[in-house]
Ligand binder design. Structure first.
Ligand SMILES: Nc1ncnc2c1ncn2[C@@H]1O[C@H](COP(=O)(O)OP(=O)(O)OP(=O)(O)O)[C@@H](O)[C@H]1O
Ligand SMILES: [Mg+2]
Length: 466
């Protein structure tokens, strides 16, 4: 028997009326009929199920906006049906209203505990049924709207974060490039300027030394010839302050003096050549070079730091140069890499020296070994091994990050390795690999193709081991 009383005033104006698809689940056909009728007349689309199982099956096919669920049914009862609805992601958000007897407090509480949003009591009050159905439908739709808004908001936040991260990366790399360009060009210009200024006078001296030698020999020969004649003519020595022994000494010593002057000038010419190689004056950015010349010129620039200054003892450089072919590269920038790696090695040796003094340990002489070879995959490998302080695991992880430095403020910018990394990997499609142990030292391996470091040429080489 249907328990329905016929008050139709829901207290909700027509303008506020929410309707949607309601699923009524009841094994009592009369209840189903009456509730369907009431809700359909109020504008709802109605679907019915006569058991819990049928309701669950129906929910796989349609997505109701609201479920009115009877508690007492054969087969799975209303509670079990509710549990399964809430267990399924597809149906868990659909609001469930239990239909229960007026006095059945226990069932009402149980239903609410299982996730139902409300209950209506039998005998049904039409107005109450409609009012509750509409209220919960509105709440459900508002919740869905809030959920959707949250998803959209989250997406927008993520999108913005991505854009900001990209902008930050671009900013960092632009800054890095600017610093790199500035560092490169100011150092390059300085070096090129010095090389140019020294080059002319030193060549002038070099060119004139051989003439000086020839003129002096002539002058000495002339003295030797004219001296006895002068003595005969005037009856005494015209140059009493220059005796025979001294003349002999000048005669013997002058050629040696010239040899040592020539050696000095040769050294200065070597330094100038190093400076010119380093700055690559008048050269196109990418060309075939002898990498060993580049390393040597960088060592020339670093000469004073290697020689030992003040408290710091000198650092030994061991050059294990292998048989390298000419390497096609951006020579000036590769010098920058060598400069940074060697500079870091020197700093690390200085730091270890300090630590040894502080702990009153025996000072181990600083040493940097430079090894070059061709790898089996045809790449050139240049390894720089120092016996400095080494790196902790944290430093190893962060060393290539721009602005990461462990050096005191004002001493390190933290850009050296970031620049070196980008020059080796991006500009030359190579690899920069580091191996380091605290207290033992550090090795950096630069691997670069000897020729054609274009993207295409390197695709074939992509899985080549260092
Ligand atoms: N050979 C090395 N031995 C030990 N630590 C090293 C070595 N090379 C780099 N590091 C560590 O990596 C950090 C980053 O090096 P990077 O060259 O990028 O910057 P920096 O030397 O601190 O400053 P700068 O920009 O002046 O070169 C260094 O501060 C140092 O802690
Ligand atoms: Mg550095």
């Amino acid at each position: 028997m249907a328990n329905v009383s016929s008050h139709f005033d829901t207290g909700i104006g027509d303008g506020d009326r929410e309707t949607g698809l309601v699923l009524i689940v009841d094994d009592n056909p009369t209840n189903l009929g009456v509730l369907s009728d009431v809700l359909a007349r109020a504008g709802w689309e109605v679907s019915v199920a006569k058991s819990g199982q049928k309701a669950l099956d129906r929910c796989q096919l349609i997505q109701p906006d609201l479920i009115l669920l009877d508690v007492m049914m054969p087969g799975i009862d209303g509670f079990e049906t509710c549990i399964r609805l809430k267990d399924d992601a597809h149906t868990q958000d659909i609001p469930v209203i239990f239909m229960t007897a007026l006095s059945d407090v226990e069932n009402k509480v149980r239903g609410l505990e299982l996730g139902a949003v409300d209950y209506i009591t039998k005998p049904f009050q039409q107005g109450e049924v409609l009012a509750r159905a509409q209220t919960h439908l509105r709440l459900y739709r508002l919740q869905q709207q809030v959920k959707q808004n949250n998803i959209e908001l989250e997406e927008r936040v993520q999108q913005r974060t991505r854009e900001l991260e990209e902008a930050m990366e671009t900013l960092k790399s632009t800054h890095l490039q600017l610093v790199q360009t500035e560092k490169m060009s100011s150092l390059g210009q300085l070096v090129a300027g010095i090389a140019h200024e020294i080059n002319n006078p030193i060549n002038f001296i070099y060119g004139n030394l051989s003439h000086a030698d020839r003129y002096m020999k002539l002058a000495l020969e002339a003295i030797a010839v004219y001296r006895p004649l002068a003595y005969q003519a005037v009856g005494s020595d015209v140059m009493p302050e220059l005796d025979e022994e001294e003349l002999e000494f000048v005669e013997n010593d002058f050629p040696k003096l010239l040899v040592s002057m020539l050696a000095g000038v040769d050294r200065v010419r070597g330094i100038v050549k190093g400076l010119r190689t380093f700055s690559r004056i008048d050269e196109s950015p990418c060309k075939s070079v002898d990498i060993h010349e580049n390393i040597d010129s960088t060592l020339t620039i670093l000469g004073s730091r290697l020689k030992g200054m003040g408290a710091f003892p000198s650092i030994e450089i061991v050059q294990n140069y292998g048989d390298l072919p000419q390497v096609e590269c951006y020579s000036g920038e590769l010098n920058q890499v060598f400069m940074n790696l060697l500079g870091n090695g020197i700093d690390a040796i200085h730091q270890r020296y300090h630590e040894q003094l502080e702990h009153q340990e025996t000072v181990v002489p600083g040493r940097i070994e430079i090894t070059t070879r061709i790898n089996p995959n045809g790449r050139a490998c240049i390894a720089f091994t120092d016996n400095g302080c080494g790196m902790s695991e944290t430093t190893r992880h962060k060393m290539f990050e721009p602005f990461f430095t462990t050096k005191p403020v004002g001493k390190g910018t933290g850009l050296g390795l970031a620049l070196a990394y980008s020059i080796v990997t991006e500009k030359h499609r190579g690899q920069l690999v580091c191996d380091s142990q605290v207290g033992e030292g550090t090795r950096f391996n630069v691997h670069i193709p000897t020729t054609g470091f274009t993207v295409e040429a390197n695709k074939a080489d992509a899985d080549g081991k260092p």
